[in-house]
Design a protein around this ligand. Structure first.
Ligand SMILES: *Cc1c(COP(=O)(O)O)cnc(C)c1O
Length: 356
């Protein structure tokens, strides 16, 4: 770090993305990407013709894309905000809705980026421990007087909370934003998007990165009251009005126009998830009831880090977190059925070798 860096940032502990090694071809089950390519229509629309228009700025209002998202989710375009990945929207939300007086609250075991944004803006963050079994007690979030951020389903546990629980949290925090991060909602969860018409403090954030196979395009979207969306636009137009590039806009629209493709893929992921969860349990693992495109598992037979390293040696990458409370676990992204069969075979072999 240079001597020019603002002292405000000197102690910042940045987010660590999952590793993307290039030393060999891995079966990548570590960053919750989709194993499937984007839809054929996306490939077709991001064509030479569109590339040749890269000399022109994209539509800063993303009118066509927001219109399509509004149509698909049954809301109005003024309820929709789009940005350069949902991380960008989370960043904007912390910037827009929190300050020295208005803190934030989130779980101890959840998406690792929330505390980073908190630190970045010097926000007082209340970190609320999940229960022993990693479930969340909604009562812990009642009347907090802070922005509440909940990933639903949660990462890395995959566990979800009910709409009734979210309503309770919204109603008991009327003067603060309740942000529901639905990055994994398409794998068996249910979106609370329809509730934006009832609660003007609800911000629902989703992404193209997981279920829609477009992590590389960087496209996130959010639903909220027109006032909340206007707040996010204030930040966008104060930082980077052209926050979504031309190719990503086109790809995002084409993905909505071929929505069945992603629905089918999500079904395949759910099927592979249930297969792998059952097999892991058969091998003696404790596996949370994940409604996401990953499994969260531990075994008394092998440590979390050891399993991670043994799998890596065999060309399979999973995500291990060194955080004390979850260091016995691994988070395993659900890939294709074929990839999950290879993963299970590798785990079985590792356990067998150890027992000899
Ligand atoms: C992956 C993930 C994101 C970030 O998604 P991008 O749209 O790729 O920025 C946000 N929240 C959670 C909980 C995630 O797991």
């Amino acid at each position: 770090m240079s001597r020019y860096l603002s002292s405000r940032l000197a102690a910042l502990d940045a987010y660590t993305p999952g590793e993307q090694p290039r030393d060999m071809q891995y079966i990548k089950l570590n960053t919750n990407e989709s194993p499937f390519p984007p839809s054929p229509l996306v490939l077709q629309k991001v064509s030479e013709a569109e590339v040749s228009r890269l000399n022109l700025y994209p539509d800063p209002e993303a009118t066509a894309l927001r219109g399509k998202l509004a149509g698909l989710y049954g809301v109005k375009p003024e309820n929709v905000f789009v940005s350069n990945g949902s991380d960008d929207i989370l960043n904007f939300a912390f910037m827009a809705f929190c300050d020295k007086e208005h803190g934030a609250a989130f779980a101890d075991i959840t998406y690792g980026f929330y505390p980073v944004y908190g630190d970045l803006y010097g926000i007082d963050c209340k970190v609320i421990p999940l229960k022993e079994d990693f479930t969340l007690d909604p009562m812990d979030y009642h009347g907090l007087g802070r922005m509440v951020v909940i990933a639903n389903p949660n990462a890395p546990t995959g566990l979800s909370i009910s709409e009734a629980d979210i309503r309770g949290i919204l109603e008991s925090n009327p003067d603060n934003v309740v942000l529901i991060d639905e990055a994994y909602v398409d794998f068996g969860g249910r979106s609370v998007c329809p509730l934006i018409n009832e609660y003007d403090n609800l911000l629902v954030v989703q992404t193209y990165s997981k279920s829609r196979s477009m992590a590389g395009a960087r496209l996130g979207f959010a639903f909220g009251s027109p006032e909340l969306i206007a707040d996010l636009n204030l930040i966008k137009y104060s930082t980077n009005p052209y926050n979504i590039n031309r190719l990503t806009l086109i790809a995002g629209e084409a993905a909505i126009d071929s929505n069945d493709y992603f629905v089918d893929n999500s079904k395949k992921i759910i099927e592979a998830r249930e297969y792998a969860a059952a097999e892991l349990r058969r091998l003696g693992f404790a596996v949370t009831d994940s409604k996401a495109n990953f499994l969260f598992a531990k075994s008394d037979l092998i440590g979390g880090e050891e399993l991670y390293l043994e799998l890596k040696k065999r060309g399979i990458l999973v995500r291990h977190f060194s955080k004390e409370r979850i260091k016995d676990f691994n988070r395993i992204t659900v890939g294709t059925m074929e990839q999950m069969e290879k993963f299970i075979a590798a785990v079985a072999e590792i356990l067998e070798t150890r027992n000899q």
